[in-house]
Each structure stands twice: as C-alpha cells, then as structure tokens.
Design a binder for this molecule. Structure first.
Ligand SMILES: Nc1ncnc2c1ncn2[C@@H]1O[C@H](COP(=O)(O)OP(=O)(O)OP(=O)(O)O)[C@@H](O)[C@H]1O
Ligand SMILES: [Mg+2]
Length: 359
C-alpha cells in the first residue's frame, strides 16, 4: 500500500512524463555505460525508433557508428577529467533517422547525478523545418535578385540593338561594294541573334505572361515525344509510349505543362543506362488524366524521393536541381499532383494526375 507521499510522487512523475512527451524536442537520458534510461515520444518521432527498440539498449542503436564512437569518447573523457564541470554543451550535427535519411539537429548535453550515478541527458531539436524555411527564403531572394538583373540587362541592351540593326539595314541599301554588303549582312545577322537571345532570356527568367486556355493534351504529349525521339536513340535507351486516340482536354498553360513533361522524361532518360527502357503511358482516370513515366534506371532511396522535389537538390554534375521543384509548382497551379515511387537500383515511376477540363 502506497503512502500519500508516494502517491503524490507517482502523480508528479506522471505529470513530468506527460510534459516531456508533449514538447517538440527529443529527450534522451543515458548512464555512464551508454545504456538508454529514458527516451520520450518526440524522440520516437524524430529518430523513428520506438521506445522498445531503444530503452535498456546501448545509445549506438540510434546513432551512426562514427557519432556513437565520438559520443562514447566524450562521455569517457567527462568521467575521467571533469566530474566537477556543470556546464552544458551545445552543438549542431547531422543525425540519421532509422530509414537512413540524414537531418540537421541541434543537440544540448547536460550531466548530473541521480541515485549516486552520473546520468547524461541530450535534448535534440530537429532543424529540418527551420532549415528548409531558411533555404526557401534564400532561394526567393536569389531568384528575385537574378530576375531584377536580367530585367535591367534586357532593358539596357534593347535600345542600342534596335538602333544598330535598323541603321545597318538602311546602310546596306546604299552600299555598292559586294564585300561591304557582306560585312553589313553579318552585323544584321548577329544583331538578330542577340535579339533572339534576349527574347529567350526574358522567357526563361521573367514571369511568364502565358494565359490559361483549353488545349488537347494528346497533341502536347506527341510534341514532347517527338522532341525526345532522337535523344533516346542516341543514348540507346528504348522509349515506349502509349497516347490515347480520343483527345483529352486540359485547361491551363500549355508551355508550362510541356516543360513539366520534358523535365520528367529528361530525368528518366538521364537515370537509365544504355540498353534500358523508359515508358510513357497516358490515360483517362476518373475525371482526370494520368500520365505515368516509368524507367528502368538507377532508382532512388525513400529519403531521396522527398529531397528530389526540393530546389537545388541534384546528384548530377551539370544539374540545377530545379526541374522537379518547378514541375511540382506548375502542377499545383493546375490543381494536379506528382508522385514518385522508386526502388534503388531498379527504376522509378512518376505519376502525374491532372484534372480534365470537362470534369
Ligand atoms: N527518374 C529518376 N530516377 C532516379 N533519380 C531521379 C529521377 N528523377 C529525379 N531524380 C533525382 O532527383 C534529383 C532532382 O531532379 P531534378 O529534375 O529536380 O533536378 P536535376 O535533374 O538534377 O537537374 P535539372 O534542374 O537539370 O533538372 C536528380 O538529380 C536525381 O538525383
Ligand atoms: Mg531534371
């Protein structure tokens, strides 16, 4: 039978445990033999290991081997040298979840004595979300800055180019000498080339003025297939496609959506080695159109799939890492979705769903 004092202690303990489960940070307590004594609910969420897998076991269960080694050395050092030091230690590391995905973490360590033995407490904060917000703000600032510079350059170049091209044309008509005319023709051609380049720059970097309209997605897909025919041949990758005969109409920005499918097929081609294959299937699915692009390429780990949609995530030497993040954004503007399933070493499947105009 518990005394009233014991009962109160049990109640206090329950309150304390509930409080520790309600915070955002992981709280992990170990003893000097590195055995885990306490592991709260947020720790399960952050590290993806359940309490059963961790409590009573060595801390290395939830740490990468190199981290566990460093950690054990630090505990040893502490016990040997600095029993009196009360200060906490604060550090930022890259920790690893159970599924192997790395994440940025802020860790604070504390040491105290309980029941005559030293206990070490770590409070771990998952920094994934704050870091992503930071990255996004930086990206927007970069893009806004780049856009402003491009707009200024275009503005500065336009007038002189118009003048050079115009005067060159006028001069050409007065020139008698064949050689002089040839030279002026080159000036006119080069000016034209620069004007086209500016037009392209403007289309790529400045917000698109394209309006939404009704169009046949089958035709768009055939354009995309045509664009890739040569590239697949050159890479010795088989390209199979199935586009239905009955037209499927979409309401939206045609050029932007074209860019989405170019990105997805280009990724599939780049992931697939010689002798492999890529298939494109387009079909009607419950008031929507489903476009599936499947490749027999290198595939991705689960954590890579999530990263693939983040701006600037790339594993290619010359990639920008913007393809999938822009594609996702464009599809969301069209109330569509994009989903990747993949298996490392076996290939990937990208499923795009877009609402049909009639639905
Ligand atoms: N079909 C695929 N198979 C395997 N990995 C893929 C596939 N599609 C995308 N990825 C991975 O996702 C990353 C991001 O793709 P994303 O299209 O956003 O950028 P990128 O292809 O690297 O560069 P770019 O901006 O030139 O498109 C790729 O670098 C690659 O690692
Ligand atoms: Mg890409």
């Amino acid at each position: 039978m518990e005394t009233p004092r014991q009962l109160k202690e049990v109640k206090d303990l329950q309150i304390l445990l509930a409080a520790l489960d309600s915070i955002d940070e992981a709280v992990i307590v170990i003893n000097s033999d590195h055995k885990v004594l306490f592991y709260n609910k947020p720790a399960e969420h952050i590290f993806q290991y359940s309490k059963n897998e961790v409590i009573g076991n060595d801390i290395s269960t939830i740490m990468s081997p190199s981290c566990a080694k460093d950690h054990k050395a630090a505990v040893k050092r502490y016990l040997e040298l600095s029993h009196d030091i009360k200060e906490s230690k604060h550090t930022e590391v890259v920790a690893v979840r159970k599924d192997g995905s790395p994440f940025p973490a802020d860790i604070s360590f504390f040491v105290t004595k309980a029941n005559g033995e030293y206990i070490f407490t770590a409070i771990v904060k998952d920094l994934t979300v704050p870091r992503e917000m930071e990255e996004r703000i930086n990206l927007y600032e970069d893009l806004a800055g780049l856009g402003r510079i491009v707009a200024e350059i275009i503005h500065e170049l336009k007038s002189p180019l118009i003048a050079i091209g115009g005067f060159a044309r006028q001069l050409r008509d007065h020139l008698k000498d064949e050689k002089d005319r040839y030279k002026v023709d080159i000036i006119i051609e080069e000016v034209q080339r620069l004007e086209n380049m500016i037009k392209e720059l403007r289309e790529y970097h400045l917000p698109k003025q394209e309006h939404s309209f009704l169009f046949n997605l089958n035709d768009l897909m055939i354009d995309v297939v045509e664009l890739f025919r040569e590239r697949f041949l050159k890479n010795a990758v088989r390209f199979l496609y199935q586009i239905p005969l009955d037209p499927l109409y979409i309401h939206g920005r045609r050029e932007k959506l074209k860019q989405v499918f170019i990105n997805i097929i280009q990724n599939a081609l780049e992931a697939t080695p010689e002798g492999g294959s890529v298939s494109l299937v387009m079909e009607r699915a419950n008031g929507k159109v489903a476009i599936m692009v499947e490749d027999s390429g290198c595939g991705m780990e689960t954590w890579q799939i999530q990263k693939a949609f983040k701006p600037f995530y790339t594993t290619k030497p010359k990639g920008t890492g913007l393809g999938l993040s822009l594609s996702k954004q464009i599809l969301e503007e069209h109330k569509g979705t994009i989903e990747i399933t993949s298996e490392k070493g076996r290939g990937s499947k990208v499923l795009v769903l877009l609402p049909l105009a009639s639905a």
